[in-house]
Ligand binder design. Structure first.
Ligand code: PLP
Length: 396
């Protein structure tokens, strides 16, 4: 299917138009092809379609026009040759990693990973004879020293969830390539607007589209992006045969979400920067970490690697778990939830929820203290958010 737009259009324009396959009805909004399968004009046509000699759709586990439109639009945004959408972010991460390895291979991953991603590499892959070494992602020597002859893939996430630490994508991609391995980057926290891992040397980018791409808390989804060669050789067959397919309905919601992604993420980031500046000296906070502040420990790397900051703030509340719980329970507008990137501002206490299964020592290694609260800044008015945070910190 061809896209009518010229590639010279600017980002915001392409996010509204790219990938649209208008039907003969001339609908304004993208059509939703909520169908499992497709019919063939003749038995011969069905045969040709299965032989891959005729273009067209056959079954929505393989491909679907609405899903294709979403994939084209996000590939354009990322600057990737190819994209495949999946049922969730975890389906994307799992397919990207499983598709690259076989028994006897080895992966290296940063220790500070989203909990389920860490389970995939640390617990799941080893069941099938794939070794895994976890490293401190900020220490380039640890990446180098973890490499073995059988190392095939690196995985990292930056900024990290929830401590907002930054890893050097270009330097780590170089180490991976020198070892004959690939680098996969989970780019959820940066969003496709603020960080381009492929341009920095990564081979694969994965998203939970559940987060900023939907941005309004409605559906789960995921995306895997890379070169055509990477997608076709590493992940395509796995996705088609094992079936973590996205519903065309969810793909349609996410496709429409891309139209407003820059508006939302830029607004949420501006508000997050305002809140971080207003609160960073607050006496009830041991520490406030925000990638847009000059006091972020890796401010230089952020300037080199990212074109914007973040919709997320990490707050270390005085008084450990009790202090953090008093703060969370005193919030009136901002709600407790483990989602992020939403229009609604949300807070999470990672030590007792998303990172509960880790030992206190493991949490310390990932920078997760008992007082740590992860704040996802939404689209509310900045002063309402500031007032809510300030009154709740008084209770902490
Ligand atoms: C949410 C998230 C995931 C998993 O995505 P789902 O859509 O919930 O499956 C993976 N990585 C990061 C960084 C996330 O925030």
């Amino acid at each position: 299917m061809t896209t009518p737009q010229e590639p010279s259009y600017r980002l915001e324009t392409r996010l509204v138009h790219e990938g649209n396959q208008r039907t003969p009805f001339g609908e304004t909004s993208e059509a939703l092809f909520l169908t499992q399968g497709f019919i063939y004009e003749s038995a011969e046509s069905a045969e040709r379609r299965f032989l891959n000699e005729e273009a067209g759709y056959s079954y929505s586990r393989y491909s679907n026009p609405t899903v294709d439109a979403f994939e084209q639009r996000i590939a354009g945004l990322e600057g990737a040759e190819a994209a495949r959408a999946t049922a969730s972010g975890m389906a994307a991460v799992t397919a990207a990693m499983v598709g690259q390895v076989q028994a006897g291979d080895h992966v290296v991953a940063a220790r500070a990973l989203f909990g389920s991603c860490r389970w995939v590499v640390e617990d799941f892959l080893p069941r099938f004879g794939v070794g895994c070494t976890l490293v401190d992602g900020a220490d380039l020597n640890q990446w180098r020293n973890a490499v073995r002859p059988e190392t095939k893939a690196f995985l990292l996430e930056t900024p990290t969830n929830p401590s907002l630490e930054i890893f050097d994508i270009a330097a780590i991609a170089e180490i991976a390539h020198a070892a004959g391995a690939t680098l996969t980057v989970d780019n959820v926290f940066a969003t496709p607007l603020f960080q381009k891992p492929l341009a920095l040397g990564a081979d694969c980018v994965v998203y939970s589209a559940t987060k900023h791409i939907d941005g309004q808390g409605r559906c789960l989804g995921g995306v895997i992006l890379g070169s055509t060669e990477f997608i076709e050789n590493k992940v395509q067959q796995f996705l088609r045969m094992t079936g973590p397919s996205i519903s065309p309905f969810n793909a349609w919601v996410l496709l429409k979400g891309l139209e407003t992604l820059p508006l939302r993420v830029e607004k949420q980031t501006t508000t997050a920067g305002f809140l971080a500046d207003m609160l960073h000296d607050h006496p009830k906070l041991r520490r406030l970490t925000y990638p847009g502040r000059p006091d972020h420990p890796q401010a230089d790397l952020i300037r080199r690697q990212m074109s914007g900051a973040s919709t997320m703030i990490a707050l270390d509340v005085q008084g450990g778990k009790e202090g953090a719980f008093r703060f969370l329970n005193a919030l009136k507008l901002i709600r407790i939830s483990n989602n992020l990137g939403d229009a609604k501002s949300l807070v999470t206490h990672p030590a007792t929820t998303t990172h509960q299964r880790f030992t206190p020592e493991q949490r310390a290694e990932m920078g997760i203290t008992d007082g740590l609260v992860r704040l996802s800044v939404g689209l509310e008015h900045k002063d309402d958010l500031l007032e809510d945070l300030a009154q709740a910190l008084e209770s902490a």
